[in-house]
Design a protein around this ligand. Structure first.
Ligand code: CA
Length: 724
């Protein structure tokens, strides 16, 4: 029997391949021949609401409401929702992108800035473009080598590449038309955000505030990549003109809010615009969400001033054509908690004018836990209301819209601040439904211990934070400690009324970091969560109406489109970033490392969800315990400073990169050194730490990791090694 079965399988495999080839040829022929690829311009995106069967830009339209008028998938038809197609992406690691769909083609990106063009009806691959980011650049990223999406315009697909390139690809073939290096690549700049296009320009910011850079955004000509304007969000160390359009406003408003010494002078000050950059069609301006200070601790960043450090943590409005300053609102003056204001900016007309007249507003729910409504024309603060627990302000604001701070949250001697640096809301997109008038926000509650009183001066922290990276870490946590930490954490899907400035309903989660959100006119809210579910909620009440189990977890936002009268609903599954920072102890280890996938649903879809990978990690210590308490203490400190941002807090891995406790490397000093000191796994993103950490440090880290493995055994979370 056996040989026959084998022969049959070979025949089956061969014919399956042949069928695939044929399908692929047909697929390539259909969408590209029918219409020239990606014929999108500013006017078409402006009118996006008139063709809801497309998804033309990152946030679904210029106002970035992530609300679709499609209604075939509705309360009545939800039970018929099934898998239409599944596409497995080439590269593992975090999945955060929102796909774009135009004229039958889906353009989507994955980790390592790889771009895919797929037949949106079948999921067949049309082309794949890999910009071949160097593995060692992974170490420049705070939060994995993710990418949140592409932009399309006039036959081109634009991708912000992780290493700082901005590239224009031929939408029909994936070939590079132009490629620009937008950053100083000797510095730890990265790009993870989606570019946006408007008025023949493509705009991109960058990231790197945790490692030490100076933020800015740049608009380029879509046709040839020529620089049109650049706006720096913070001054340069000499406070001299850059020869950029930001010169005037930095001189007039920002320079005096910074001193003349401190880490900002050498490390750039931060203020990176790594996510939300939105074109306001009515006011012909660009709204830029500006990131946190670098380092986080302002006593180190800017010790001889107590200024606001403009334009950190601000929403900044600039002229769309010239980049000239219009207005700003700083959400967190003199940021000290990594409170970025980079989170999603959504524009809407709300009845907040005189006598209930409509007023065009900017809405944002940034990391700091307040929901802001500003007048889009001039930035006037209309309301600022906490949408979740926060203990950094008293809740009072002065007449200039400045929050009154809580003393302990400024003194920061081992004070647990909520929200922590993961934010009450992070990059996970929210959505606004104009019919219900509600904003649907994926909310996190994750406090963080900030301590500026110890382990700061002699820190070797990989992150440039200026606080004790191990604040609140016990060396030998007793059983139950992690559970206690988990108990502090939570989250919700929150429906927020931006007119009344109050919550309408919330679906609480025992764990934070629920996924991005899509709203539809059928009165549904779609969201993935970290339990691997994809759920539809009632937009008015939050009632859970439908759910399916994904393979992997969806942190990315769903989107929807229609082809030949059929509505499709797509979401990326795979781990999102930030999960790598806290997922391990918050969610427990990932049971397997699922590849990133585009999972597309439709009514009557009868496709299969791929089977989950078999978990083959053996959770057992790889070495006998070694080292004295001093060495474990040092190892914990250095692990917290240099390793935990990728490998997980308390050495509990989050699934994106290996859990070191079960790694064979931890059991072998030579192998450990080969990787940690000599960079043997640089291609995968694990660079050498020899320039930063001494041999004593890296030995101590190994001792700490092995100790944590044995503590897991003692706590019943892992098995002792088997004899023999
Ligand atoms: Ca940050």
């Amino acid at each position: 029997m056996a040989p026959v079965i084998r022969w049959l399988s070979i025949v089956f495999v061969v014919s399956a391949f042949a069928a695939c080839d044929q399908q692929l040829e047909e697929a390539v022929a259909t969408p590209t021949d029918a219409v020239a690829a990606a014929q999108v311009d500013t006017d078409r995106i402006k009118a996006a609401a008139t063709e809801p069967e497309m998804w033309l830009t990152y946030g679904g339209g210029y106002d970035e409401q992530r609300h679709s008028a499609l209604g075939q998938i509705n309360r009545d038809t939800l039970p018929e929702l099934g898998i239409g197609w599944v596409y497995e992406m080439a590269k593992p690691r975090g999945a955060e992108a929102t796909p774009i769909v135009v004229d039958g083609v889906m353009y989507v990106s994955s980790a390592w800035s790889v771009v895919y063009a797929l037949d949106a009806k079948t999921g067949d691959e049309l082309w794949v473009y890999d910009p071949k980011v160097s593995g060692k650049d992974a170490a420049k990223g705070c939060c994995d080598v993710v990418n949140r999406g592409v932009a399309v315009h006039d036959g081109k697909v634009f991708i912000g590449v992780f290493d700082g390139r901005l590239e224009a690809l031929d939408a029909a073939t994936g070939e590079v038309i132009w490629s620009n290096i937008t950053v100083d690549q000797t510095k730890p700049y990265t790009i993870t955000g989606a570019p946006r296009v408007f008025k023949n320009k493509v705009i991109i910011g960058n990231a790197g505030g945790e490692l030490g850079v100076r933020g800015y955004v740049t608009a380029y000509d879509v046709d040839n990549g020529d620089l049109v304007w650049r706006f720096y969000t913070v001054p340069n160390p000499e406070k001299r003109p850059d020869g950029a359009v930001s010169d005037e406003s930095l001189e007039r408003l920002a320079n005096d809010t910074w001193g003349d010494t401190g880490a900002w002078v050498t490390d750039g000050g931060g203020g990176t615009a790594w996510d939300s950059i939105v074109y306001d069609t009515v006011n012909d301006q660009v709204l830029i969400g500006v990131g946190n200070g670098s380092p986080w601790n302002p006593d180190i960043r800017d010790p001889d001033s107590d200024g606001d450090n403009l334009f950190l943590s601000s929403i900044l409005a600039v002229d769309a054509d010239t980049g000239a300053y219009r207005w700003h609102y700083q959400t967190t003056p003199r940021d000290r908690w990594d409170y970025t204001a980079t989170q999603q900016i959504t524009l809407a007309d709300l009845p907040l004018g005189e006598d209930g007249a409509n007023r065009r507003v900017v809405m944002q729910a940034p990391k700091n836990g307040f929901f802001y409504v500003l007048d889009a024309a001039d930035g006037e603060l209309i309301s600022a209301t906490p949408f979740t627990a926060q203990n950094w302000t008293t809740g009072q604001f002065d007449e200039n819209g400045r929050p009154e701070l809580v003393e302990e949250a400024v003194d920061l001697a081992l004070y647990a601040v909520v929200p922590g640096p993961t934010g009450a809301h992070n990059w996970h997109p929210m959505a606004f439904n104009p019919d219900t008038g509600l904003v649907y926000i994926p909310v996190n509650e994750i406090p963080f211990f900030y301590d500026k009183t110890r382990n700061v001066e002699d820190s070797k922290s990989f992150w440039n934070i200026g606080y004790d990276a191990a604040a609140g870490w016990p060396v030998e946590y007793p059983a139950g400690t992690l559970d206690a930490v988990r108990d502090l954490d939570g989250g919700s899907l929150l429906a927020w009324d931006p007119v009344k400035a109050e919550p309408r309903w919330a679906v609480p989660f025992p764990l934070p970091l629920n996924g991005g959100v899509l709203s539809t006119q059928a009165g549904l809210v779609f969201q993935g969560n970290k339990f691997g579910e994809f759920v539809a909620y009632d937009a008015e009440t939050g009632e859970r109406l439908w759910a399916d189990k994904l393979v992997g977890n969806a942190a990315a936002a769903p989107m929807t489109y229609e082809i030949d009268g059929e509505q499709y609903l797509s979401v990326l599954s795979g781990w999102g970033s930030v999960s790598s920072l806290i997922a391990g102890f918050t969610y427990g280890e990932a049971k397997s490392k699922e590849p990133a996938r585009v999972i597309t649903f439709k009514l009557g879809g009868d496709g299969d969800m791929p089977a989950a990978l078999v978990d083959n990690v053996v959770r057992t210590p790889q070495s006998p315990m070694f080292g004295e308490p001093d060495q474990h203490q040092l190892g914990m400190q250095r692990y917290a400073e240099s390793c935990h941002f990728c490998h997980g807090a308390f050495a509990v891995g989050g699934g994106v990169v290996p859990d070191l406790r079960w790694s064979a490397l931890a059991g072998n000093e030579q192998a450990w050194d080969l990787v940690v000191r000599e960079g043997a796994l640089e291609k995968q993103g694990m660079v050498s730490f020899a320039g930063r950490l001494s041999k004593e440090d890296t030995d101590a880290i190994r001792a700490y990791v092995v100790q944590q493995a044995w503590l897991a055994v003692a706590n019943g979370d892992a098995l002792p090694p088997q004899d023999g």
